[in-house]
Design a protein around this ligand. Structure first.
Ligand code: AMP
Ligand code: MG
Length: 421
């Protein structure tokens, strides 16, 4: 399969996982914080620990619709072949009542367990006789189906750590603690620069040789997903002065600059020399396929004080992979998020394929689960310019450098879902 790029070995490339670790180490959170209503905070990053202000649950309550009872009462009536009479009806929202000796209480999910009751028996495990007395089928353990006060969290417990992204479940958790406002990290402003004289924006007619700018559409969508503000500085001419000017604007208006294209080593590639002139380079070139021409550096006097810049490759799939493996953890670090380890697990290849010389290859694959355990097959053409496979893939099969894929052998599989969070 032709990927559109020669399989040449470039010396001095950084290992993908080392590059990722370097991006994470370099990511310093932007300063500032913002207080938001919980309803506005989905997707944002907590700036401080969220602490329980009350016990959760606030009272011992029933986990089922059923009957609350004392075990000794149950034992006594059962021995006589009789049932328990129902003295109370306790719906959710009722106060805390006391269970009279020798009786049981009709109770509903979430209702406070009456004082004295030791267990709740689900209604499916009971029989009510014509006198209205309740008989229990099977054994009942002490504490069964009672959710204890404070069992989820006690007052003062940390329920979410600073650096957590507020997923819908995290928002619900805070709401369940009665928390209506949260302190979050500020949104990042990310400047996007597209380089390439061949590029035009979708919507305009194309003449042969022109290429629609898909990278900016993709990166905008990815950045919005990460709650970033996007400053699109458009398509910049493939000249050093034009890029120089765009980098200065980006440096002065963003928390992070991402450019695509022009980051290789041809004489039409101006990112590296201009970056060296306006700041510096941390590393350039990663032993991955696609995604080799990846650059990381800064615009300004030093890495600590400058505006970080990520140079993604022009080829769209290389750009996507560079974002997922390297740029995204950096964005998370800038947002003050706790970095997540890369998720991968072994999956068998359902195909054979020649390996890549000197670079770890990230094959875009789909998983077939019909046999019970997953088997990976290629999601389509593997060229770094071919977005079709990338748009269908469930993840990447990571093939070590200089390793051939043999059908039936397992390789590390990285689900793409981890990059959407
Ligand atoms: P470059 O990295 O500038 O050498 O570009 C490598 C390949 O990616 C070329 O085929 C470019 O036309 C293509 N390319 C560069 N930028 C973009 C973009 N923003 N959207 C789609 N394709 C691009
Ligand atoms: Mg170019």
């Amino acid at each position: 399969m032709n990927c559109g790029c020669a399989d040449v070995v470039t010396p001095g490339l950084l290992d993908l996982l080392d590059a990722r670790a370097r991006m994470i180490a370099a990511a310093k959170p932007v300063s500032g914080q913002q207080r938001l209503a919980l309803g506005e905070a989905a997707g944002r990053v907590l700036a401080e620990d969220a602490v329980a202000r009350l016990d959760l649950p606030g009272v011992d309550n029933s986990a089922m619709d059923g009957y609350a009872l004392r075990l000794a009462d149950l034992e006594r009536v059962a021995a006589a072949g009789e049932g328990l009479s129902v003295a109370l009806r306790v719906p959710a929202g009722a106060g805390v009542l006391r269970l009279p000796e020798g009786d049981c209480a009709r109770i509903f999910t979430g209702a406070p367990v009456p004082l004295g009751a030791e267990a709740v028996v689900p209604q499916e495990r009971t029989r009510v006789d014509p006198r209205g007395h309740v008989h229990v089928l099977g054994e009942v353990a002490a504490g069964a189906n009672i959710r204890r006060r404070g069992e989820e969290a006690g007052t003062g417990d940390r329920v979410l750590a600073a650096g957590t992204r507020l997923t819908p479940a995290a928002i619900a958790l805070l709401a369940s603690h009665g928390i209506a406002e949260v302190l979050v990290r500020p949104r990042l402003t990310v400047a996007l620069i597209s380089t390439g004289d061949e590029l035009i924006e979708p919507g305009s007619p194309r003449v042969p040789g022109q290429v629609y700018n898909s990278n900016v559409a993709m990166l905008r969508a990815l950045l919005v997903q990460q709650q970033c503000r996007v400053l699109d500085l458009g398509i910049v001419d493939d000249t050093a002065p034009a890029l120089h000017e765009a980098f200065i604007v980006a440096r002065d208006s963003a928390d992070l600059v991402i450019c695509t294209g022009g980051v290789s080593v041809g004489e039409e590639d101006h990112v590296r020399p201009v970056l060296e002139r306006l700041g510096g380079i941390d590393f350039h070139g990663v032993a991955m396929k696609p995604g080799k021409p990846f650059a990381f550096g800064w615009l300004g006097t030093s890495a600590e004080r400058g505006t970080p810049l990520i140079g993604l490759p022009g080829n769209p799939v290389a750009s996507l992979v560079g974002w997922q493996y390297l740029a995204l953890p950096f964005v998370h670090g800038r947002q003050g998020r706790t970095p997540a380890p890369l998720q991968h697990f072994p999956v068998k290849a359902g195909f054979s394929r020649r390996g890549s010389r000197g670079r770890r290859e990230l094959l875009r694959v789909v998983l077939d689960w019909t046999g019970g355990t997953p088997v990976a097959s290629l999601a389509g053409g593997q060229g770094s310019h071919m977005l079709g496979a990338a748009s269908q893939a469930h993840g990447y099969l990571m093939i070590d450098a200089d390793t051939h894929v043999e059908e039936g052998n397992a390789h590390g599989f990285c689900p793409v879902a981890q990059f959407l969070d």
